[in-house]
Design a protein around this ligand. Structure first.
Ligand code: ADP
Length: 509
């Protein structure tokens, strides 16, 4: 008879006593013995329902049978075992009472088990919700450890393993109930050894295990089939019951699964980034080797002609060659600038030098950069309203505007009109570069912002673009929290529209 508790015994005695009192009342009113026996059966059943194990029911049934026999059978206040009928009735009553009370007990235990299961599922659900919000491995491990501390009210430690090393232990004591959880002072050296052993052996160590069982903590590895992500330890001065043990293991497993998921998704992202970088590198190399050769050959050819034959060339011819060399070298400088910027932007190493600039001035500066192209095209700059202030990295924004206007010149025939228009709409500054050239087909509109995408149309100067300019523009604008899109101009041509967050308030000179 294990786990007999004084309080439950007292409950049993009180119920049996009350039942006897009710028996006396029945007796006083001359109710039949069958009624009194039914009351005793009820009493035994009640004991079975309110006490945690079946032994109380057995004790109550035995006491009820004895009391009934002693008090309520003739002669009163004496045991009667001389008549077979009475003995048989007593035995049957005893067995029925035992059966009924143990049946009630098992129903109660079953419902308790159901309650515990529901509690456990809810808890695991809540923990998995919390874990979903944690986004790095350290946080996932620490969230689990903190939840264990809250749940079991015992000290918990966790320690992440990273790059084949153990990181520093973190202790969680916020919810610890000090009296039940901490008693003996722990041997720090021994605990650390148990923790290390848990990591190196990938099996549980410490309290309630076969390895270093004299430790105060129980250490469990947080592991998947192929990797140990960390160790969680819980102080077990008093052992855990079976339910708590399985709950502890379920939470550690949940933590391991979340870490595994996070690890796999991070690995995939890293692989994708590496593949993207590799692709970018390969594309850059291919483009550079192909596209740099044409203008370089032209520059060296033209320079060779000048060196060898300069005196025999007339002034106009010489000037045309100088112009070609100048144009080719500018094209190369622009390409190299774009290349440098795009590799910096894509590598994520760009640092924006944000300063509040007057939009008008930045556009004017961009126009000075492209002035030389102006000859064959009509370029106008207009602005609605005065003094639009925009926080920006002016050097990068110049590159965006130069690229857009350069494209408008490159991809429209001579004589086309180009308009650079700016205005403020609400909290946004809007800049549009419009042309009345052939425009961009609808199915290319999104793609032209991708790296190395070209529509295949030849630029006016006959040079093939390499599809970096607009990709760079988009990266720069996104880094400024702005947007860039291309729309159709009427009756023909394209409009590249940029929006950027403008500075709040007015500008006073
Ligand atoms: P690149 O000029 O080096 O080819 P871009 O990224 O600047 O690269 O442009 C991508 C493509 O978009 C170009 O190949 C061109 O076909 C098209 N494009 C860009 N601007 C215009 C424009 N104003 N009008 C027509 N097509 C354009």
């Amino acid at each position: 008879m294990k786990n007999i508790n004084r309080f439950d015994l007292l409950k049993t005695v009180i119920i049996v006593a009350l039942t006897t009192a009710v028996g006396f009342i029945f007796y006083y009113f001359h109710l039949s013995q069958a009624n009194i026996m039914a009351v005793y059966m009820m009493g035994a059943l009640l004991v079975g329902a309110v006490t945690p194990n079946r032994w109380y029911g057995v004790i109550a049934a035995f006491a009820c049978v004895l009391l009934f026999n002693f008090i309520f059978t003739e002669p009163l206040f004496a045991f009667r075992v001389d008549e077979a009928g009475i003995v048989l009735t007593s035995v049957i009553t005893f067995m029925s009472a035992v059966l009924i009370s143990s049946y009630t007990g098992s129903i109660r235990e079953h419902s308790k088990r159901l309650q515990k299961d529901a509690y456990r599922s809810n808890l695991i659900l809540e923990i998995s919700r919390n874990l979903r919000n944690a986004d790095d491995p350290g946080e996932i491990l620490e969230t689990s450890a903190a939840q264990l501390n809250k749940l079991f009210k015992r000290d918990v430690v966790c320690c992440r393993t990273w790059n084949h090393k153990m990181e520093e232990r973190k202790q969680f004591t916020e919810y610890t109930a000090p009296r039940s959880a901490r008693g003996t002072a722990l041997d720090a050296e021994k605990e650390l050894n148990a923790l290390r052993l848990c990591w190196s052996s990938t099996h549980s160590t410490g309290a309630e295990t076969e390895v270093m069982s004299d430790c105060l903590y129980h250490y469990s590895p947080v592991k998947s089939a192929q990797k140990v992500y960390g160790i969680i330890g819980i102080r077990l001065e008093k052992g855990l019951d079976d339910f708590d043990k399985s709950l502890f293991l379920a939470i550690v497993n949940q933590c391991a699964m979340t870490l595994e998921k996070e690890f796999i998704s991070r690995k995939r992202q890293e692989e994708a980034a590496a593949a993207r970088e590799e692709q970018l590198r390969a594309n850059l190399l291919r483009s550079i080797s192909h596209d740099l050769r044409t203008p370089l050959t032209s520059i060296s050819g033209n320079a060779g002609v000048l060196l060898a034959d300069s005196k025999n060339l007339d002034e106009a011819h010489r000037h045309a060659i100088y112009q070609d060399i100048y144009d080719d070298s500018l094209w190369l400088i622009n390409l190299v600038e774009n290349l440098l910027s795009i590799t910096r932007m894509e590598g994520g190493s760009v640092h924006l030098n944000m300063e509040t600039e007057l939009l008008e001035e930045v556009i004017d500066e961009a126009m000075r950069h492209i002035n030389r192209h102006k000859k064959g095209h009509e370029i106008h700059v207009t602005q609605d309203g005065d003094y639009i202030l925009v926080p920006m990295d002016a050097r990068l924004m110049l590159q965006v505007l130069t690229n857009l206007v350069d494209n408008a010149i490159k991809y429209t025939p001579e004589g086309s009109q180009i308009l650079i228009h700016s205005c403020k709409k609400g909290s946004q500054a809007v800049i549009e570069v419009q042309d009345n050239g052939p425009g961009i087909p609808d199915d290319s509109k999104e793609k032209i912002f991708e790296m190395f995408y070209t529509t295949g149309s030849r630029s006016g100067d006959g040079k093939r673009g390499i599809g970096l300019g607009l990709a760079l523009c988009r990266s720069i604008i996104l880094a400024h929290s702005g947007t860039i899109e291309v729309l159709n101009n009427k009756p023909s041509g394209s409009i590249f529209r940029i929006t950027l967050p403008a500075q709040k308030g007015d500008f006073h000179e």
